[in-house]
Design a protein around this ligand. Sequence first.
Ligand code: HEM
Length: 441
Amino acid sequence: MDIPGPAPRADGGAGAVAAAGGLHAYQLWLHATYGPVVRFQLPGAETAVSVADPVLLEATAHLDERPERLFAFLEPLFEAGNLQVLPAGEHAPLRRLLLSVLAGRPSHERYFARFTELVTELADRWAGKAAAHEPVASQKDLTALSLRMICTYALGGASVDPDGVVAAFEEVLTEHLGRLYRVPQPGDGEERGRRARDALAYLRARVDEVIAAHRPGSRTDRSDLIGALVEAGESPARIRDTVMMTMLAAHHTTGVAVSWTLHLLGHHPEAAARVAGELDRVLGDRAAPEYADLRRLTYLERVLKESMRLYPPGPYGARLTTGALVLGDYEIPAGATVFYPFRALHMNPAHWPEPEKFVPERFAPEETARRPRLAHVPFGLGPRSCEGAALATVEAELILAVLLKRFRFRPVPGHEVIPVERFVLWAADDIRLLADPRTPA
Ligand code: HEM
């Protein structure tokens, strides 16, 4: 059967994507119009198919390559090749190595105290805003916080100037994402390009210092990313790339996951009260959880999952088919680009009744067991899924626990929150919130 979709146009699809306001918005429209499997044109991809059905997606779950062209804008950041599009054979051992550190408890425990200090500093600043009756810019502050966290983590807590690293990374990212989304930037383009190159060189030099400080065999556990890469015999260029990739993948995603969650709780006071009650029960008088407390915060975990269902920080993923694929009644040829439209998938009414509603109870174990495995995939799926999922969850739950123990959040009257695609699912004009102290300071 032919896969439904819009009639081909002479411009190769560029106009339709632009008119919708970007690829993510276009995919949402396509699925609303043509159903869960859609074929569409995309410049550079002869066949593009987007699949928003979690059962049919199973047939794609083994795919292990991404289409290079879609990620080409990141190429200048890497020396030994963009890790997101490494061929499967080269990618698999690196993935195992990354998972052995990022998904392991030793690394989470090692940085937990530092992460707690960083979020407590933010909470103190927000208490100042609350006292002055000023709203907080949650998206800006939380992405800055998660960047700080991942810098600490990726550089192994080394005594590298954290402000310098954060500022350099922001410089690089603003320049490259700005080019991708054609966001107008102040100042002279050449000057900005030079500053971004200098910032990238600065970051690479900092990673080299950390590499140089590692002595072979000096690592004692699986908590140290650079140490693990050095020990595995990876080249310095590949190690620098991996640190860049980790920072890039980690900071906007984790920050927006938390700011969207606060946004939703601001609009759902009963769910917020239930989270606060759970935090009071589990933490008592303590302002922050210990690592071991996180697994007792079961309602908070459901709230985070439901928030990432409604606002998946990475709005879509993509794969390349290496052979023909059968998806129910449809066949997708080899060499096609398959899109995973995470948000459309999470809104599929066949698996999510009243999909627009925020209902954390959907993630009670018996409810989850009733749904197909791939109905909720904010971290992607298969051999290219997010290696940072476990770390991101620890960070997000810690941040939420500290902030929600201390504040009750309310929307700012008249402030409109508009989701847009900016590499992650971003709010166009931030998510401003009023943070009312829950207990007297
Ligand atoms: C809430 C936070 C996060 C979300 C929602 C998220 C989501 C995603 C998604 C959707 C992908 C693409 C998956 C696919 O194509 O199937 C991805 C890839 C990736 N993420 Fe995350 N991520 C988060 C945080 C992190 C963190 C903290 C790290 C690292 C410390 C990280 C590292 C990576 C890496 C390395 C990849 C590339 C995967 C590969 O090609 O092997 N992410 N992430």
